[in-house]
Design a binder for this molecule. Sequence first.
Ligand code: AMP
Ligand code: ZN
Length: 187
Amino acid sequence: MTSSVGKGWTASLLYTIKDPKNLIISSEDAVVIHDKYPKAKHHYLVLPKADIPDIFHLNQSHLPLLEELFLLAQNVIEAKRCQLDDFKIGFHAQPSMQRLHLHVISKDFVSDCLKTKKHWASFNTKLFLYYQDAYALIKAGDRIQRLNREIVQQLYDSPLECNQCKFVAKNIPDLKRHLLDHWTQKQ
Ligand code: AMP
Ligand code: ZN
């Protein structure tokens, strides 16, 4: 069997999913794990067992698998006694780790691991590809294309707009204080 197992940190998800104790949920075709550097109170990854390197390899034959990934995303939210509306489910348009992985992340973005503008932009600009949009694209017979470098840079440089109100933060510490206020008010 051929495998896309590579060297170095970009392959670390492949090692993580090999250890059964890391699996929150496991089905015949996919698994759910904790994101090791969670960017919110809840952050999970759903990965296929099949050796699919990334979103750019998806085609119409993967539609049932995508549905399975989404089902497991909903299952983990339910298992954690959370609400679907409080989560974002989708892919990074510019992924860095090997093996296709669906992010399941709570919208609070309160986490010590959220440290950079890139972290924020990867979930809160067009660098985040919602599951439904990816699915519709593949269903229409299209392939997901890489964004060009200038567009990616523009998105990384986007203003730090709060995802819950109209506030625009001056910098990441300012945004993090603001997000913590939202979260505290909800408790
Ligand atoms: P991306 O490739 O940008 O979609 O994101 C990869 C995600 O994997 C990031 O959110 C990382 O925090 C996470 N991550 C990196 N290494 C590991 C690991 N060994 N186990 C679980 N999650 C990881
Ligand atoms: Zn706000």
